[in-house]
Design a protein around this ligand. Sequence first.
Ligand SMILES: O=C([O-])CC(=O)C(=O)O
Length: 158
Amino acid sequence: MSDSDFSTCDLFDADEQLQSLSLQLQNLGGKKKFTGPIRTIRCHRDNGLVKSTLNTPGAGHVLVVDGEGSLESALMGDMIAEAAIANDWAGVVINGAIRDRAALAQLNLGVKALGSNPRKSAKAGHGVFDIDIEFGGVNFRPGATLWSDEDGILVTNS
Ligand SMILES: O=C([O-])CC(=O)C(=O)O
């Protein structure tokens, strides 16, 4: 299925077993609909892993980042987002903050996040990669498929 020809409402109607995120993330990227298999990161006010991961080939994956809900500093800005596009990532979902909101809105990348903060995060690289993470009542398992549009985010169980 291409990035633009699905609707999460129709997908849910066809399969009510899909997980649906109740957390009201903001749709902040220039690409308002995106889908792909999941990779994951958990980190707290440190985006070193996010930066290095989005600088490696994404092959159409969606990076789900559990920033543990912190809005104290941003986990992605326009430079990292441009690297994600260059490396063929479909989108980035962040349980935390971004910055460069106006620039992200112009980029051909899916971006969902809680909000924005101009303060940068540390870049020590503390965090964990490709583990199961859970927020908003959804289990995000590496390799599961995610769909995101204006209505919300759906994730397969496997
Ligand atoms: O470097 C950062 O932490 C975030 C940022 O400003 C960018 O991606 O442009």
